[in-house]
Design a protein around this ligand. Structure first.
Ligand SMILES: Cc1ncc(COP(=O)(O)O)c(C=O)c1O
Length: 382
């Protein structure tokens, strides 16, 4: 039996999504920009999906701009600023624990003369809105904050941060890639201007997502050369993937309360079992302000990458707090930003539950973990 506990990396497609995509791949071959019947059928399918995204997030259909995922959405939100500000470099506020698809465009903006203030997180991974407020300057053109952290699941106080940015007339971008489909996100209540999401994090297909760009917020397209998406993103739409995203949104809208309850039940069973069976463990990140599906645990003195491999051999898929870059082990930036040492980050694993998981699978993981952790600890001390 394989037990997949890595839903924050990507999540399996729901049957309803696959079936809707197959119907498009077989039956709808028109280009949504074409004026004939085939084109109109493709346009209608794209527009239905646009309405489904808009309904889930609480925005207008016109605010939804389809992209090839959240990396493109984040790049568009941030690099689009360069054009919007006619090349005049200004100032941006963000956090010290962003996803690389936000951090890398920010570094590109810094090379172009922009100044970026990265507000630190506390030992629980949380931002203090007062520190965001203090970081805002007269030249601040955008505040960009990760809504739910992909490694720890920690949820930032987005309503307070967005409200204080709005009060100062500064647009706010939220990378909500891990939040959408796992917790309610309603932009009628939270004044976020730009929001990124990705279908494959909530049972839709890979390679499709959205930038929600509300109202008349103008930004420069980074993919030029076509009138698609009202001139904001050139390139013929991936109709089947967009339809898959729409169905994933419909499902999320219907199932969110059940999902939150079920995911949290499995996550808590796992954490209680880990604490009962394994000494020297610590949870990384706030236990209260966290996604229902995510548990990040430090196994004191263990080599996380060895633990990950040993669990994989036994059929358990998780993710570790360290990544291998050019042959060396790089500790997680997020855990380091929370004050963890490189060794503590190295001994950390992320478990993220989702569709298809059940208590039997959690118990199976719990039956294997103690021995594997003991071996991964010996490997470090040897
Ligand atoms: C928080 C966050 N932002 C952005 C991305 C990038 O999403 P995509 O895979 O759709 O490009 C991810 C995916 O890992 C993520 O977790």
């Amino acid at each position: 039996m394989r037990v997949y506990l890595d839903h924050n990396a990507t999540s399996p497609l729901r049957d309803e999504v696959v079936e809707a995509m197959i119907r498009v791949l077989r039956g709808i071959h028109g280009n949504p920009s074409s004026a004939h019947e085939e084109g109109r059928a493709a346009r209608a399918a794209v527009d239905r999906a646009r309405a489904a995204v808009a309904a889930l997030i609480g925005v207008q259909s016109d605010d939804v701009l389809f992209t090839a995922g959240a990396t493109e959405a984040n790049n568009t939100a941030l690099l689009g600023l360069l054009g919007r500000c006619s090349g005049a470099a200004g100032h941006l506020v963000t956090s010290a624990a962003e996803h690389p698809s936000v951090e890398a465009p920010l570094e590109a903006l810094e090379r172009a003369g922009w100044r970026v203030t990265r507000v630190g997180v506390d030992s629980e991974g949380l931002l203090d809105p007062a520190q965001i407020e203090a970081a805002i300057e007269p030249e601040t053109a955008l505040v960009s904050i990760l809504w739910a952290n992909n490694e720890t699941g920690v949820l930032q106080p987005m309503e307070r941060i967005a409200t204080l940015a709005r009060e100062r007339g500064i647009p706010i971008h939220a990378d909500a890639t891990q939040a959408v489909g796992k917790i309610p996100i309603d932009l009628r209540e939270i004044p976020v201007d730009l929001l990124s999401l990705s279908a494959h994090k909530f049972n839709g297909p890979k390679g499709v997502g959205c930038l929600i760009a509300r109202g008349d917020l103008a930004f420069e397209s980074i993919l030029r050369g076509g009138p698609q998406e009202r001139g904001r993103r050139g390139g013929t739409e991936n109709v089947a993937a967009i339809v898959g995203l729409g169905v994933a949104c419909d499902l999320a809208q219907r199932e969110l309360p059940d999902r939150m309850r079920d995911y949290a039940g499995l996550r808590d069973r796992l954490w209680e079992g880990i604490q009962a069976k394994i000494p020297g463990v610590r949870r990384n990140g706030s236990a209260d302000r966290v996604l229902p599906n995510t548990l990040n645990v430090e196994f004191d003195g263990a080599a996380g990458e060895l633990l990950l491999q040993a669990l994989d051999v036994e059929g358990i898929a998780v993710s570790s707090g360290a990544a291998c870059h050019s042959g060396s082990i790089e500790p997680s930036r997020v855990l380091i930003a929370m004050g963890r040492s490189p060794e503590e980050a190295r001994g950390s694993l992320r478990f993220s539950v989702g569709c298809g998981n059940d208590t039997e699978q959690i118990d199976c993981a719990l039956s294997l973990l103690p021995d594997r952790v003991a071996s991964a600890r010996q490997a470090v001390s040897a």
